[in-house]
Ligand binder design. Structure first.
Ligand SMILES: CC(C)(COP(=O)(O)OP(=O)(O)OC[C@H]1O[C@@H](n2cnc3c(N)ncnc32)[C@H](O)[C@@H]1OP(=O)(O)O)[C@@H](O)C(=O)NCCC(=O)NCCS
Length: 344
């Protein structure tokens, strides 16, 4: 009797199973989450030699992303019954961010990843996203090859940084120059509905000044609507100096025990290092209030002043990934802009 190759993804007769790409439905959500956890768990185990207990340290990506951008979420389904891969994508105005993408390990190298990425590309095109980006593992030839096939170019490193929060009094930021009113921090969730709309428009003006057409409103609204955390507004008098989309642990993108900033920007005309330092100190104060152990801040090394400031503030690099970009405004970043953003 001929032995059959025991390889999932190939039937005993050697027939490649039929895999279809379709949009995520509500009933898929837990399964998609399992596929992501399982796949990244396998990948990290191969990289690190030990399997992490949770691939994302308790951070969640699937449910709220689907609620925020259902048309950007795709699964690969085998024979109409088994989900074997998934890709999530979101548009921030003209910027399309792809990821995470995952294909169950036993199904690798059968073009499923490419079919998922193609679906996300079409979604970006339908929504007129002119700059597409993702982050990936710079040491993996496969990942670099795969994204290159779609025209993504490797750019700079993005660093996920963190700092343990002291139990004592909050770290003092550089004192503002004596004549200046110190900035205050407000929470988006405390605003009346009409004020929220106006604030979103003010925030849009900031992101638009950083990258033409970039709009983070969806991220702010989902954090507010599902109480995933809050958006912090740094103000001086009537001026909005900056904002930070903040996730708190539970069902958000914050890992267990950590306050996580998904996106922070200081309005370009206000880009003084002391504004970023004061914002970071205020965020740490919030972390203390919430009783978390760490603050996690992502920074793209093209934003060199922001990167340097975080190191000065005592942040350490937990890990790095490389940013890949394609399309118009591919090199839009101004190294002096004070932006912390995460494209995972
Ligand atoms: C990355 C991932 C989604 C790719 O999915 P996949 O279904 O295996 O990808 P595909 O089969 O569509 O494409 C892989 C391509 O890489 C090529 N490849 C495989 N190993 C390679 C290597 N060592 N060097 C160069 N190219 C390689 C394959 O030949 C194929 O290209 P081809 O079709 O032109 O021959 C999958 O490996 C995965 O889930 N990894 C773990 C999670 C992860 O890293 N996600 C992405 C984070 S950015």
């Amino acid at each position: 009797m001929r032995a059959t190759v025991d390889r999932a993804g190939l039937e005993p007769q050697g027939r490649l199973p039929k895999v279809q790409i379709r949009r995520v439905r509500k009933g898929d959500l837990s399964k998609v989450r399992d596929v992501m956890e399982q796949t990244f768990g396998d990948f990290l185990e191969r990289q690190l030699g030990t399997r992490p207990r949770q691939a994302f340290g308790g951070a969640q990506y699937v449910h709220h992303r689907w609620l925020m951008e259902p048309w950007g979420c795709f699964v690969a389904e085998e024979d109409n019954s088994k989900i074997v891969g998934a890709a999530l994508a979101v548009t921030w105005g003209t910027v399309g961010v792809l990821g995470p993408v995952a294909v169950l390990t036993n199904y690798h190298n059968q073009t499923i990843g490419q079919q998922l990425i193609r679906a996300a590309q079409e979604f970006f095109d339908e929504n007129k996203a002119t700059l597409h980006g993702c982050v990936t593992y710079p040491t993996s030839p496969k990942h670099l090859y795969l994204y290159h096939k779609f025209g993504y170019r490797p750019k700079n490193l993005g660093a996920i940084m963190s700092r343990a929060i002291d139990r004592g009094p909050a770290r003092a930021a550089t004192a503002p120059k004596p004549a200046k009113t110190p900035p205050t921090m407000r929470r988006f969730s405390t605003l009346e509905e009409a004020k929220k709309k106006a604030t979103l428009a003010r925030i849009h003006r900031i992101t638009n000044a950083i990258c033409r057409g970039m709009d983070l409103s969806k991220e702010i609204e989902i954090v507010d609507g599902l109480a995933l955390g809050d958006t912090l507004l740094l103000e001086r008098g009537r001026d909005l100096i900056g904002f930070a989309i903040c996730h708190t642990p539970g069902v958000s993108e914050a890992p267990t025990g950590a306050l996580y900033i998904k996106f922070l920007a200081i309005d370009p005309p206000q880009r003084k290092v002391e504004n970023l330092e004061q914002f970071v100190a205020a965020i740490e104060g919030l972390g203390q209030e919430l009783g978390v152990q760490r603050v996690i801040l992502p920074v793209y090394s093209r934003y060199w002043v922001a990167y340097d400031t975080l190191l000065q503030c005592g942040y350490q690099v937990d890990f790095t990934m490389i940013r890949m970009q394609r399309g118009k405004q591919e090199d839009y970043e101004n190294p002096a802009d004070l932006v912390l953003d995460d494209w995972r």
